[in-house]
Design a protein. Sequence first.
Length: 277
Amino acid sequence: MVAATDPDIQHTTEEQVAQQARRKELVQRWFWRILGYIFFLGVWEYGSGRILEEALLPGPTRIIKTFGELWAGGKMLDAFQATTFRIAVGFGLSFIIGLFIGLISQNRWWEAFFRDATLISLTAPGLIWALITAIIFGNRIAGPIITIVLTTFALVSVNVYEGVKSLPKDLVDMGKAFRVDVIGRNRHIVLPHLAPYLFTGVRFGFSIAWKVTVLTEIFSSGRGIGFEMRTSSQLFQMDEFLTWILAFFLFALFLEKVVLQAFENRYFRWRQGVAAT
């Protein structure tokens, strides 16, 4: 009796083994991550009222209760709506400006024109722009939006510039040889090549946009997460102050790890098919 040696069966078996190994690694990773959360939350809860007074260090149970109270009162939703709107408008403008500068900077004259502005945006702390816009615009909505643009546009422009610079000329020449029009070349060659650079710029820019928006709201705003942080700290309400901080962290983490990651995985799902072949 001859044993079956079908290559398809062998290939399927290897795929199953690899999937089981990846699944096991994922379970172990999440186990230790959840265990880490449980440990730190347990230490935090134990220290509240024992090591430090509960008024100075409210425990996780108190934070959860405060979150429910803020949500039921509508204050949490209103603050997040205000902050999210500023980030959406500011980072949307920043992305468009950064994309435009990155594309035209392929010309050496425009590169020289924007070089110092880009360098200043990359190196200057967001606190500087937050203070400047707070002094100039006060509580007006333009302050956080302009701060976001000034601190994040360079991240997009630099990534776009590097992406266009590394674009293989052979692919473009091949598209021209097959008489692919400009729109077709940009859609099937340029944009797929620039996509990883764009996503990198969006990730870094978005993370910084959250920080500078809240920072600007602390200095000069009548609504938003930063304003609520400032109010609770001035009233020495540590439970509300920590609740706003943790809610801000969780929401930013949700947008980064769930929304942006899902969109990126969907866009690059073709890579999985290529890697499997």
